[in-house]
Design a protein around this ligand. Structure first.
Ligand SMILES: *Cc1c(COP(=O)(O)O)cnc(C)c1O
Length: 374
C-alpha cells in the first residue's frame, strides 16, 4: 500500500467545478485586485474566528511581520517565542528588525513552556508570540496573564491551527492579533500563496490594511511605509470555496487521530497529547520515538510517507547563527527534534490506511525486539 504524508488532490476534486467557475468569473470581470472575493472571504474568515477584523495578506510570514509592524515593533525590541517552529515565525520577527528570544517547549505537547516566559522578560520585551504548532493552541490563559502583568502584546502564530479551539474560543481570537497561512498543505490551503491577519483591535486592523498595500488607504497617498503583501483575488476564490468545509475536514482529522491513538496505544511510541479544553485540529499527527530515523526508513520501505517537523530547530539554523544560541540552550526542543515523526494525516485518509500504517509501526517494534533480548 502506498500512503503519502498528505494527499492534496483528494481535497481538490470534489470542489473543482466550484473553484474553476469562481476563477472564470473573476477572470472574465478582470477583478483581480482586492475585489469581491477577498472582501467576502475576509468577512467569512473573521466570523469563523469570532473576531471583528480579518485582513487578507500574501502569506503567513507577511501576516506575522505586518502584525508586528502595525504595533511599531522594530529595532531594539524583543519578542518572546519558541525555536520549535517553522522558520517563518522567526524570519518575520527579524524582518521587522526586532530580536527573537526563545523559550523551550513542554515535551508532551511540543508547545511553548509558559513557566519559562517570565525569566526572559526585560524592558526591551514587547510581545509574546506563541505558535499553535501541529494544530493545537498554546496555553493562552497563562500567556495572557503574564502578558497583562508586564504590559506585553500577545500575538498568535496560528498558521497550523485554522479552526482549533482553546476553551471553546477559536485560534486567531485568543490574543491581540493572529496570523494564518494558506500555504497549500495547511488545514485551509489556497492553491498558491496566501495568509490572513485576525484581530479585534481597530488600530492593528487599520494599520495592517494599509501596510499590506504600500502603506496606503487612498490611491497614491502613502501614509505608512508598507509593502506589497495583498491576498490574491484568485486565491480568495479557492479559500471561499474551501472554508465552508473546514470544520468537517478538521473533525475528520480528529477522528483519524483517535483511530491512530487507539491502534498505537500498546506501542512504544509516544502519542500526541491533547490538553484539556482544547480542540486540536491535527494539522500534523506527530509521534515521538528514540528510534525515529530507523522507523522512518522502515515506513518508507512499506510505502508510508512521513515527515519531520522540523529537523533543525530555529536557534541552531545557520542563518540565525548571529543570535548567538548554541546546542544545549533549549534542551527539550533539541531532544524532541530527534524524536518527532509526522505520520500521514489528511481528511480523506481511510481507516484501512490508518490500520495499515499502525500495523507497520507495530510490526517494526516486534521485529526489533529480538535485538534487545540479545
Ligand atoms: C506555514 C507556517 C508559517 C508561514 O506561512 P507562509 O504562508 O508559508 O509564509 C509560519 N508559521 C508556521 C508555524 C507555519 O507552519
Amino acid at each position: 500500500m502506498n500512503i503519502p504524508l498528505v494527499d492534496l488532490r483528494a481535497g481538490y476534486f470534489p470542489l473543482k467545478e466550484e473553484i474553476l467557475a469562481g476563477m472564470a468569473e473573476a477572470l472574465d470581470g478582470m477583478q483581480l485586485f482586492l475585489g469581491k472575493n477577498v472582501q467576502q472571504f475576509e468577512k467569512d474568515f473573521a466570523q469563523f474566528c469570532g473576531v471583528n477584523h480579518a485582513i487578507g495578506v500574501s502569506s503567513g510570514t507577511d501576516a506575522i511581520e505586518l502584525i508586528l509592524r502595525a504595533v511599531g515593533i522594530g529595532p531594539g525590541d524583543e519578542v518572546i517565542t519558541v525555536s520549535h517552529t517553522f522558520i517563518a515565525t522567526i524570519e518575520a520577527i527579524l524582518l521587522c528588525g526586532a530580536r527573537p528570544v526563545f523559550v523551550d517547549i513542554t515535551p508532551d505537547t511540543c508547545l511553548m513552556d509558559v513557566e519559562q516566559i517570565e525569566s526572559k522578560i526585560n524592558p526591551r520585551t514587547k510581545a509574546i508570540l506563541p505558535v499553535h504548532l501541529y494544530g493545537q493552541t498554546a496555553d493562552m490563559l497563562s500567556i495572557s496573564t503574564i502578558a497583562k502583568r508586564h504590559g506585553l502584546w500577545v500575538f498568535e502564530d496560528a498558521c497550523q491551527a485554522h479552526g482549533a479551539l482553546y476553551q471553546g474560543s477559536a485560534a486567531g481570537g485568543l490574543g491581540d492579533a493572529g496570523a494564518f497561512s494558506f500555504y497549500f498543505t495547511k488545514n485551509l490551503g489556497a492553491y498558491g500563496e496566501g495568509g490572513i491577519i485576525t484581530t479585534n483591535n481597530e488600530e492593528i486592523a487599520r494599520k495592517a490594511r494599509m501596510l499590506r498595500d504600500h502603506g496606503s488607504s487612498k490611491k497614491y497617498i502613502h501614509e505608512l511605509l508598507g509593502k506589497n503583501a495583498r491576498l490574491d483575488e484568485l486565491q480568495a476564490v479557492v479559500l471561499r470555496a474551501r472554508l465552508p468545509h473546514l470544520n468537517e475536514w478538521n473533525n475528520l482529522r480528529r477522528e483519524h487521530a483517535t483511530v491512530y491513538n487507539y491502534l498505537l496505544k500498546e506501542s512504544a511510541v509516544r502519542l500526541p497529547k491533547e490538553s484539556n479544553g482544547n480542540k486540536h485540529v491535527y494539522h500534523l499527527y506527530v509521534i515521538q520515538t528514540t528510534d525515529r530515523d530507523a522507523l522512518q526508513a522502515f515506513l518508507k520501505d512499506q510505502g508510508v510517507g512521513t515527515g519531520i517537523h522540523y529537523p533543525v530547530p530555529a536557534h541552531l539554523q545557520p542563518a540565525l547563527a548571529d543570535l548567538g544560541y548554541k546546542p544545549g540552550d533549549l534542551p527539550v526542543t533539541e531532544e524532541v527534534t530527534m524524536k518527532i515523526l509526522s505520520l500521514p494525516m489528511y481528511p480523506e485518509l481511510s481507516n484501512e490506511q490508518i490500520v495499515y500504517i499502525a500495523d507497520q509501526i507495530i510490526a517494526y517494534e516486534g521485529y526489533k525486539e529480538p535485538a534487545f533480548v540479545g
